[in-house]
Design a protein. Structure first.
Length: 553
């Protein structure tokens, strides 16, 4: 009897104890495991016992805002507009097929710093300062609090200003244009730009504790509109600070009252003084005319001459940006900052010049917006030259660094370490991107939700038009159709008729689920966060990506 009771107790322990321990959630093909337990608390404190010993290595992230992948030629590709970044890639690792997670800055930066998709971290709207929930832990918090990293963020982006709980949680020092506060509440007011970068960084560098590693996040707007060197620091700051000189530059723009929408857009994208002249003469609302033309007007009445003019101006700005990259690299090397350091250069999104009816960025998931440059340089696995053709995402940057130093990754991150890929032990993986189209970003009544999945060959887009209540799917073969002109799903051909991998299909199904759930929620509630009472219609969900036999997967 006693033996039977003992046997029953052993069986019960076998069945029950695993349920009490941290476990991996079920995963689809190609998906990394998701721990149900957390690794770090919201302030970055390690909560799974004693923090492990790590390799004391450094990290520098350089975000080149609004730089197209086409601006950089990697490997055997022809040299293009960024010879300094190309030279760095030849000493490190160039990722030919890197994708961002969103077509504009705020959601992308928040995703890189948290490992979450935009729909998960919630920072998808502009405003005084984008905020993460205080409960969300960032990589900077984990590195600073658990492993003693010195953390700093330097940027010239104005929307970083605001409360301590911004998307820069965990950064304890730095600077940004128009004032910045990061936790703990310290004002940052000197700004950052590439051509003056090493001088701006020097006081922070000189104050570093050599016994502690550091994480440095640099973000430059130099390639962003308004395009060109004359519209960015250091050229524009002295003029703005000299009120008379700035007033003269604004007056030199001339009369804007007779400008058509496309002319307004051209002025907005090419001149800081022009923007001010428009606002002074016609009020801030006039800028919406340019926005509306960028999103809707160009599609209805394209002006290729305008697109080419803007592209030329943008390209000149990219070349000037690359000169700054070269200066910054030289300065960092001279100060020994690239020793024992992973130096990552990437972009948050590209820029469109009418390829799919759009000027600018922020509203679509076409290749010109989400295919971005990514270069890693450092010792060991990051020493080059290496060119990686497998598909990766910008959310893989921080998991790669965590793996390199031996630190546990954040729980539920959407990224994965690229070290196995660099060692030839893994292949690339599909990357997911998300976008939200709202009246505030288009100056129209358009309301859409979009998701995209891409790898080195295939590109899938699912779009929910909230006003029409319709969901549309598109598939492109990027090898045969890099311009995304031919939708392979047109005419009712299903996804499973194409040679898509299990990993790609798993990512497609996850994106489908999010879009269909959003549509169902809007239909059931009869309202959306964007506006009330939008019409919706029932729509039959297509067959699974892997075919009818995958329905029970």
């Amino acid at each position: 009897m006693r033996q039977a009771l003992l046997l029953l107790l052993v069986v019960a322990l076998i069945l029950v104890v695993p349920r009490l321990l941290p476990q991996d959630e079920p995963k689809g093909p190609g998906e990394p495991p998701r721990r149900t337990s957390e690794v770090y608390a919201a302030d970055g404190t390690y909560i799974l016992g004693s923090a492990p010993e790590i390799q004391p290595r450094n990290l520098i992230l350089l975000l080149l805002d609004t730089v197209n992948r086409d601006a950089v030629g990697f490997g055997d590709e022809p040299a293009r507009d960024m010879p300094n970044l190309r030279a760095l890639a030849k000493r490190g690792v160039a990722f030919r097929e890197a994708a961002t997670v969103a077509p504009w800055t705020i959601p992308t930066v928040a995703s890189v710093l948290t490992g979450l998709l935009p729909t998960e971290h919630g920072c998808r709207t502009d405003g005084p300062a984008p905020r993460l929930l205080e409960s969300i832990v960032t990589y900077a918090e984990a590195l600073r609090t658990t492993f003693g990293f010195q953390t700093a963020a330097f940027s010239d982006v104005p929307w970083y200003r605001g409360s301590s709980w911004s998307i820069l949680q965990g950064f304890e020092a730095g600077s940004a244009g128009q004032g910045l506060q990061v936790r703990p509440r310290r004002p940052m007011d000197s700004g950052f730009w590439l051509h003056g970068g090493i001088e701006i960084l020097t006081p922070w560098i000189e104050g570093l504790d050599p016994k502690r590693p550091y994480m440095l996040f640099l973000h430059t707007y130099d390639a962003h509109d308004p395009y060109g060197e004359e519209n960015h620091p250091p050229a524009i700051l002295p003029m703005i600070q000299d009120q008379q000189a700035y007033a003269e530059a604004v007056a030199a723009v001339g009369d804007t009252t007779q400008m058509e929408p496309w002319e307004i857009l051209r002025l907005v994208l090419t001149s800081q003084a022009g923007r001010r002249a428009l606002i002074q003469q016609r009020g801030a609302q006039i800028l919406h005319e340019g926005t509306r033309y960028a999103w809707q007007g160009y599609r209805q009445a394209p002006r290729p001459d305008l697109a080419e003019e803007l592209r030329a101006k943008y390209t000149a700005g990219v070349r000037w940006t690359d000169e700054g990259v070269g200066k910054l690299i030289a300065g960092l090397e001279a100060k020994g900052m690239l020793e024992n350091t992973l130096f990552v250069v990437f972009s948050d999104h590209g820029e469109a010049f009418g390829e799919h009816g759009l000027i600018g960025h922020g509203r679509q998931l076409d290749e010109e917006l989400i295919h971005v440059p990514l270069v890693m340089h450092g010792p060991g696995p990051f020493a080059g030259p290496k060119v990686v053709d497998g598909s990766v995402s910008v959310v893989d940057i921080m998991p790669t660094f965590m793996d390199w130093i031996g630190a546990p990754d954040l729980a539920r991150t959407r990224g994965r370490s690229l070290l196995p890929l660099l060692r030839g032990e893994a292949e690339g993986h599909p990357a997911t991107a998300q976008a939200r189209v709202v009246p505030e970003t288009t100056a129209t009544d358009d309301k859409r939700l979009l998701e995209a999945v891409r790898d080195e060959r295939w590109k899938y887009i699912v779009e929910y038009d909230i006003n029409r209540g319709a969901i549309e799917e598109r598939l492109f073969d990027l090898d045969a159709d890099p311009g995304e002109r031919t939708n392979l799903l047109a005419g009712g051909k299903p996804l499973h008729a194409h040679a898509l991998s299990k990993a790609f299909c798993a990512a497609v199904e996850a994106s489908r689920d999010r879009i269909w759930e959003a549509a169902d929620g809007i239909r059931e509630r009869g309202f959306t966060a964007y506006s009330a009472g939008v019409p919706t219609t029932e729509q039959k969900r297509p067959a699974p990506c892997g075919g009818p036999e995958a329905a029970g997967r």
